[in-house]
Design a protein around this ligand. Sequence first.
Ligand code: HEM
Length: 174
Amino acid sequence: MADDDDFSFPTLSPPAKVPLTAASTVVDRSNGKQAAAPVPVNQVSASRRPNVGRPGKVPLEKGYSQVEWMMKSRRQPNLTGVEGFQRHLTMEDVRKHNTEEDAWVVVKRKVYNISPYLRFHPGGVAILRTVFGKDASAMFAKYHPWVNIDALLQNCWVGVLDAPTNKEGAPVGG
Ligand code: HEM
């Protein structure tokens, strides 16, 4: 019979130490394949660099945040400046509303009075001046197709254009 006093717990050898470098924080799944050389940032096409060549956001004045816009919209259900929904607007009608105090724009056939929104616009007032009284569908899509204009400008929605449109939603000949 074995002597019980000879018993000892087996010891495990300590794990090999890996030096903590940037490479040790990622898992190598390349299977030995050589990665493509990174493309220098100035050679990436402009359309894939979202902030290159874009005017970008402007600082908004105090009291003109997106939250304050939502609160204003809730308080004032009609920000259109007109009574009743206009079903038969033309580009001729829209063109007449081309001042800061009375600025209409068309986005995808819908006509909005953007005057109350101007100072809340994250892209600034200046860029919006370029589309007063015009069809802004292309510019809107160029800068932020993801923006939900229906929700944001619900209370500024004056009416719809009574005109044929092309496949982008812009009025033909407008
Ligand atoms: C008429 C309705 C419009 C609404 C409701 C609107 C709304 C917005 C919103 C919510 C943002 C912030 C987007 C974000 O943070 O992702 C933004 C940014 C901007 N908007 Fe507009 N916009 C309108 C029209 C336009 C038009 C017609 C132009 C150009 C002529 C324009 C130019 C810009 C620019 C340059 C920015 C900054 C984009 C950036 O950060 O790179 N917007 N707009």
